[in-house]
Ligand binder design. Structure first.
Ligand code: BG6
Length: 457
């Protein structure tokens, strides 16, 4: 296990909100040794005292349930270092120490190429690991370029292109439900499944993230990574083991079998929109274009929907709908598996009976199955819903990700060729949207989305 973590961008939102609390969870569950060290580096030049006060506030705010011992242990293990990632000498000073180090680039992606070059010039110790947040590149070409730079720095198994969705319990539970239950596998194909909806509807708005979000938009922020990853877990063939090679090979198979969308498909297979002023609950929300830091000329979408087809034996004929949006009426975060109707209904005429739906709730985390049974009145059919809560995880998603990094298990991070395969799916859509092949619609904040958005079913 690597015992040193260096976070560049170590006093930013990601570090404070997720990484320090993730480390605290590792300590709390006895997974972090006593000699663990975390260096939080940035170029601002804070004093040590100021850093400690900041770190304590972050733990109190984002990990309020940890014990006093854990809080103290993390504050003792953490130290601050001033370093500009563009300055190899400062980077060398920051990573200096005994043995390999895990380096976390909690930085704007535009800095990744420079960061990788600085780490190379700073002679990253042999056996070190590198963690990058999404988005990995901004299209296929830039992702390929980043992969080439990384290959000159560390071996592929030491690169962690993290996607925190893969470490969520219910996402893991997609695998558990599929692969540990015989009853599902025989139905898991296009003969029985008409549609898979992968939905991440948020009531959250921009939340002061214009600096990042306005240059990516919903498609690159969510679909290219999180939602395509969910699609892979739903659609992949059962892997031999859950080791990094088996799991990632099967995910790449899925990405490679997604039919490439052409300019002819894109207007009727994709939708994009951005929110205008509205009300969510009792919150009045300004129009996206009036949010501080947004450049309306960029025409950034806050809602994206894509209908994909998978050209392989198992899935030919099933529609995969990937959808996400901000500032919507309600949070709906789930993978819904819509089964086909029964081939024959021997009960006479009973109106339309909804086909079965299996739902993997991602937040809140639960598993729901909608079935039809006989009702109380003679000859009636009624829907019933069975819901099972998922056991709460002992580690938050970032705790699990950090543990894998420190232990050197990249199974839940994205392999280089996988990142490129995901960009191959999304790049034609980005290109078409840039040329306005699909119109950019508006939707009022607090609504279901732009006109035509399918209601929850
Ligand atoms: C992030 C996106 O990766 O995931 C956000 O950048 C999104 O826009 C978020 O809101 C959703 O995940 P979580 O776990 O923060 O709810």
């Amino acid at each position: 296990m690597i015992r040193r973590l260096v976070i560049f961008g170590g006093t930013g939102d990601l570090a404070g909100r997720y990484l320090l609390p993730g480390l605290a969870a590792l300590h709390e569950t006895g997974r972090l040794g006593p000699d663990f060290e975390v260096v939080c580096a940035d170029r601002k030049g804070r004093g040590d005292e100021q850093f400690r006060a900041w770190a304590a506030i972050q733990l109190d705010r984002h990990a309020p349930r940890i014990s006093g011992d854990t809080r103290q242990a993390i504050l003792t293990a953490a130290r601050y270092q001033q370093a500009d990632i563009q300055n190899p000498a400062q980077v060398a000073e920051t990573i200096a120490g005994a043995g390999p180090v895990a380096v976390y680039l909690a930085l704007p992606p535009v800095l990744f190429p420079t960061a990788i070059q600085s780490l190379r010039a700073a002679h990253l110790p042999v056996g070190s690991r590198l963690v990058l947040e999404k988005p990995f590149g901004e299209d296929l070409t830039s992702a390929q370029m980043l992969n080439r730079l990384l290959a000159d720095l560390v071996p592929e198994h030491a690169v962690f292109r993290v996607d925190h969705f893969l470490a969520m319990t219910t996402v893991q539970n997609l695998l558990g439900s599929r692969l540990a239950n015989r009853v599902l596998e025989s139905l898991w194909n296009s003969a029985h499944i008409a549609e898979v909806e992968i939905i991440w509807d948020e009531t959250l708005t921009l939340e002061d993230r214009a600096g990042y979000y306005d240059s990516v938009g919903a498609l690159e922020d969510m679909v290219q990574n999180h939602l395509l990853q969910l699609l892979c877990l739903v659609a992949m063939e059962p892997p031999i083991t859950l080791s990094e090679r088996d799991l990632r090979d099967r995910k790449v198979d899925v990405l490679r079998s997604i039919r490439t969308l052409t300019d002819d498909d894109i207007p009727h297979r994709t939708r994009r929109a951005r929110y205008s002023a509205g009300v969510i609950g009792d919150r009045r929300v300004p129009s996206y274009t009036d949010e501080p830091g947004v450049d309306p000329q960029r025409r950034t979408e806050t809602f994206a929907e894509v209908h994909l087809a998978i050209d392989n034996w198992r899935w030919a004929g099933t529609d995969f709908v990937l959808r996400t949006g901000k500032a919507l009426a309600a949070d709906r975060k789930e993978v819904a598996i819509h089964f086909r109707p029964v081939p024959h209904m021997p009960f006479g005429h009973h109106g339309s009976i909804a086909p079965n739906v299996l739902r993997f709730g991602l937040d809140p985390e639960d598993l729901t199955l909608a079935l039809t049974t006989i009702g109380a009145a003679v000859d009636t059919l009624v829907p019933v819903t069975m819901t099972a809560p998922i056991q709460p995880p002992d580690l938050p998603a970032y705790g699990r990700l950090l543990l894998d990094v420190l232990l050197g298990n990249p199974a839940l991070s994205i392999r280089g060729d996988e990142a490129e395969a995901a960009w191959r799916v999304v790049t034609p859509i980005i290109s078409a949207w840039t040329r306005n092949v699909t119109p950019l619609h508006d939707y009022p904040a607090g609504s279901l989305g732009p006109a035509g958005t399918a209601p929850h079913r």
